[in-house]
Design a protein around this ligand. Sequence first.
Ligand SMILES: Nc1ncnc2c1ncn2[C@@H]1O[C@H](COP(=O)(O)OP(=O)(O)O)[C@@H](O)[C@H]1O
Ligand SMILES: [Mg+2]
Length: 214
Amino acid sequence: MSTGSCARLELRGVAHAFTPGAPIFQGLTETMSPGEVWAVTGPSGAGKSTLLSLLAGWESPTAGDIERIGIDTVGWVFQNPHGQAHRTALDHVVYPIIARGTARPEASRRAEHILDELGLRALAERTFAQLSGGEAQRLMLCRAIATEPDLLLVDEPTAQLDRTNAATVNSVLRSLARIGAIVVVATHDHDTVASCSHRLTLDRAPVATGDARS
Ligand SMILES: Nc1ncnc2c1ncn2[C@@H]1O[C@H](COP(=O)(O)OP(=O)(O)O)[C@@H](O)[C@H]1O
Ligand SMILES: [Mg+2]
């Protein structure tokens, strides 16, 4: 995680359209800084997942621009988790730590600690294929944490979870921000929204504007 306190994500007049002339959102201007947890809210189809991929830099907005300053590592936790079916939960978290140059014994200790934080310690030796959807998604959050991201993008992390596990996830996202990450969460969950420090709402309301560029 880069420690520069000037790291930030700048959105300036961001719009995105899959169909020319029919933007799913427009005019998004925000500055997102380390320590902040942003809730991206809005009904299904409003563009929450699309906005996350714009923030990651996977797609370019059709209007406006997004500048990533001092952001080297981007972590993603998808709504539908993809893991390696026959590898253990622990391996999924250990490998990114080893890849960052830590020896295996220490990497295993750190990985177990992260699994513990998300209530998955007891499942460390299970294979990915043996995990439930909610467990698999929490494991992907563990893996993303192991990469020490400057920016963490999380898509609907609590949709498959009971309240207790959802509260754990919300609290882990806040602690990640406290140690210097920018965290952006697409969510419908009122408790998750309440747990975030900032909110960006995509409401699909038609925008009265003379700006026809997007
Ligand atoms: N690659 C794509 N091509 C065309 N339309 C897309 C594409 N991805 C998403 N969309 C459309 O853009 C809108 C926003 O989708 P999405 O970002 O997944 O919304 P949300 O995550 O808020 O449910 C939806 O109408 C969706 O069908
Ligand atoms: Mg989505």
